[in-house]
Design a protein around this ligand. Structure first.
Ligand code: ATP
Length: 134
């Protein structure tokens, strides 16, 4: 079964570097499944979980906070604002962030605050989802 090198990096650290069979991400224009030897391209990503199919056939999820995916000839690189594997996720922190964001969304706020709270809620829900599917 052929594989490709997947790297997930944030401004803080290298989150992931492994040979994998496939990655499925939420691009801004929809879901994308990348297999080995895909043609090179770049796409912005949504705040969403990505699903990785490992060399051994198992799947794992990673929480991606936006960023870009660059499909190169020799590898796939994801540059994200932040990214967490299930084992990195502090579930209580994510639940607290979700509650804070929901409170801010229900209060009367200007548009920028609303948008910020929406993004914060998406990050929290993505982390909770990835933690639950570990
Ligand atoms: P919070 O409101 O809890 O700080 P946030 O969504 O504002 O969450 P970010 O700005 O996206 O946090 O991330 C800041 C740093 O904290 C990043 O390194 C990110 O990986 C990490 N991080 C955020 N939330 C969690 C979490 N629930 N578990 C583990 N790491 C987290």
């Amino acid at each position: 079964m052929s594989t490709f090198l997947l790297e997930i990096v944030t401004p803080e650290r290298i989150v992931y570097t492994q040979n994998v069979r496939m990655i499925t991400v939420e691009g801004v224009e929809g879901q994308l499944g990348i297999l080995p030897n895909h043609i090179p391209f770049v796409t912005p990503l949504k705040i969403a979980p990505a699903s990785i199919k490992l060399e051994n056939g198992k799947n794992e999820s990673v929480a991606l906070n936006g960023g870009f995916m660059e499909v190169r000839k020799d590898k796939v690189v994801i540059l994200a604002e932040s990214a967490e594997l299930p084992s990195d996720i502090d579930i209580e922190r994510a639940k607290a962030a979700k509650e804070r964001a929901e409170k801010r969304l229900s209060g009367k706020k200007d548009e920028a605050d609303f948008k910020r709270a929406e993004l914060s809620l998406k990050r929290a829900l993505t982390r909770i989802g990835v933690h639950e599917h570990r």
